[in-house]
Design a protein around this ligand. Sequence first.
Ligand SMILES: *[C@@H]1O[C@H](CO)[C@@H](O)[C@H](O)[C@H]1NC(C)=O
Ligand SMILES: *[C@@H]1O[C@H](CO)[C@@H](O)[C@H](O)[C@H]1NC(C)=O
Ligand SMILES: *[C@@H]1O[C@H](CO)[C@@H](O)[C@H](O)[C@H]1NC(C)=O
Ligand SMILES: *[C@@H]1O[C@H](CO)[C@@H](O)[C@H](O)[C@H]1NC(C)=O
Ligand SMILES: *[C@@H]1O[C@H](CO)[C@@H](O)[C@H](O)[C@H]1NC(C)=O
Ligand SMILES: *[C@@H]1O[C@H](CO)[C@@H](O)[C@H](O)[C@H]1NC(C)=O
Length: 339
Amino acid sequence: MPLRNIFYGVFVIIVTAALSEATPGFSSPSDSDSRVAARSDTGANETSDGCGYQVEGVGAFNYHLAFDFTTKDTLPDELIASTYEVGSGPYAPYAHIFNPSNIVLGSGQPMQMIVPGNQTADPLETCQVVTRYDDVLYASVRTVAQASPVNGTVHGFFMYMNDTQETDIEIRTGDPSHVHFTNQQTHPGNGETTYAVAAPSTMASAFHEYRYDWLPSVTNFYIDGVLVMSINRNVPSEAGWLMWNSWSNGYAWTFGPPVQDSILLIRSVEAYFNRTSVDTSDCETNSGTSTEAAVTTAGAHVTTNAAVTGNLSSSSASSTTEIGASQTDDGYGFYWDCT
Ligand SMILES: *[C@@H]1O[C@H](CO)[C@@H](O)[C@H](O)[C@H]1NC(C)=O
Ligand SMILES: *[C@@H]1O[C@H](CO)[C@@H](O)[C@H](O)[C@H]1NC(C)=O
Ligand SMILES: *[C@@H]1O[C@H](CO)[C@@H](O)[C@H](O)[C@H]1NC(C)=O
Ligand SMILES: *[C@@H]1O[C@H](CO)[C@@H](O)[C@H](O)[C@H]1NC(C)=O
Ligand SMILES: *[C@@H]1O[C@H](CO)[C@@H](O)[C@H](O)[C@H]1NC(C)=O
Ligand SMILES: *[C@@H]1O[C@H](CO)[C@@H](O)[C@H](O)[C@H]1NC(C)=O
């Protein structure tokens, strides 16, 4: 992918600049922004006792979040609406900007992530939400969503640290037959690991659960609880943010800009993950305490309060073969990533 490589550096600079400009709190420990406090908060008394969640068939995690957006009028504290801009370029006729006003919550409805229709101004209005913290290292993330039926946008449910530490679920609303799964190349020239699988036939008219399990040796992707792809190359190994977005840049990957409002509906998000700032040193002592099996809203079979050192041998992460690829996606090798 020589062309992609050529422009890769430019892209990274744009994104890095955009991220650092928009989210100074993430990189500046002296910043008094509340995001700094959020990042350093281990959350150990909120949703985890620091000893973890044992996710059946996946592994142990020290942190958990679960949001049913139909019960919310504003974004939960742990999520931030992005405000930065991603520049235009040879494969992005339009720049796009993430604007919180394109995220609508309330009235008992799912979260709406809107790319307004008939835009002609540059940058295009789009939207994104990210976790307040960027110290997520391995995760099982489930998003219950209904894609927009309007051509011209990409929905992303993903983990991002930088352009070489990223794993993605992407839905192109102009290609309703496929869902795309990608580990971005950890090193340029490492080989593309991006795959398209058959989408649910009702992807744009009903809610489905899209899930990635990002583990040390593999990322496993599920639709409605069914494993549809495992990618064991280019697995990110650095901590990053969890992100959700909907965007367009007018290029072939996204098509668009959309001529009607393109509305991604996210009903709920449930995620189990390790945060590197969470202290798990006292886990062992709690290994004998009560365990409680639970089936969560997203259907995850989880045991809480289990020792992190519990039963990792049963993890299904040993499944490292690439399966179920209906096609590779080399034809889209030059697209600009949303991030
Ligand atoms: C919970 O965490 C908050 C914020 O870190 C802290 O102010 C509070 O004292 C903690 N509560 C308990 C019971 O540990
Ligand atoms: C999460 O962290 C715990 C404690 O360090 C570790 O035992 C566990 O293997 C990690 N989970 C994954 C999926 O890597
Ligand atoms: C992403 O971060 C990793 C780890 O810090 C680093 O090795 C890599 O060079 C970075 N990639 C880019 C494109 O900046
Ligand atoms: C979306 O638009 C593109 C470009 O106009 C077109 O090639 C594609 O077929 C459209 N998708 C659908 C589902 O109509
Ligand atoms: C965009 O323009 C087209 C053609 O004029 C029109 O049919 C459509 O309703 C417009 N959409 C919006 C969201 O204004
Ligand atoms: C650990 O996993 C093994 C293999 O799946 C299973 O047979 C065993 O019952 C598990 N032990 C516990 C304590 O969950």
